[in-house]
Design a protein around this ligand. Sequence first.
Ligand code: IPD
Ligand code: CA
Ligand code: CA
Length: 332
Amino acid sequence: MTGISKIKMSQAHRLHRARRSADITRMSSVAEDNPDIAEAIRFIQNKIPTKMRTGTSQLIKKVVTIMHPMLNIAVKAARRAGNLIHRATDKIDLLTVTKKSHADFVSEVDHVAEQTIIQTLLEAYPDHAILAEESGNQGESDYLWIIDPLDGTTNFLHGLPQFAVSIALQHKGIITQAVVYAPSSNELYTATRGRGAYLNDKRLRVTRRFHLSDSLIGTGFPYSKFEHLEAYLAILKDLMQKTAGLRRPGSAALDLAWTAAGRYDGFFETGLKSWDIAAGCLLVTEAGGMVSDLNGGDTYLETGHLCAGNPDIHPQLLQVIAPHLTTSLRGK
Ligand code: IPD
Ligand code: CA
Ligand code: CA
């Protein structure tokens, strides 16, 4: 590790400590207005004999709303990496940048952030396996952490603020924990399967918009491999005329987080990687949205062809996309 990297890491650790208490205090405010948690508290209370119930509600509230320990570690890792990336935004010109393929760049910040995340996760769970964008696979386990240390590297390298750290945990093939952290805005998106999605301490819901013509749709342009370009442009041409607008900010993890947060009504892209989308997909479904491949199936983590949206807009997007699907875009 270089001297600069070490300094950045120790600064990141200090910053992380300062913010961590905010993650913990999220729990009590979440409990106040969350119907699921209120329901869970009532359920547990009803199991306790009446004469023993006094004073239990506060305790139950605490237990029910405590962040899942694995999510807690993922948040810790994402904040460490995010702080490190944020610090580096002042020194972009000094960074070593390598070209992986046409228009696909990686900087030393991507590598250091990834190592920081892996180290944090494996310190807590040494037996878990890792799939990380820059360093690939390590270990074998039912628990697989899927990591994109810096989603939106091109934006980061050009001084644009739309980039994020994305960490998901897959257990026996099912994504169970998700964190997307945007250092520029200090927005922390989290989800645990079955327990909802949050932006900081606010519960997320997808939009309630019914009509595609009123909808704002996010997407990502093909930029490195162009095998699906013609089909993609045909879809884009249709959607330009059938929606209220299209956006391409440049980070698929954030695009999905924004869909979960109700900033977009839907999102689609082709040729993504599992580390771009694993966390974001859980955010969307836990916020009440739908995620599929472009054919309405469930192959999106393998194929990287993805369509997401609120339950009304998602099928309408698929309908526009359908006539343009080639065999390879259709998935398995
Ligand atoms: C990229 C971003 C971008 C998407 C690309 C991804 P990276 O990730 O998510 O929005 O369009 O397909 O590769 O390379 O910046 O980690
Ligand atoms: Ca990515
Ligand atoms: Ca990346």
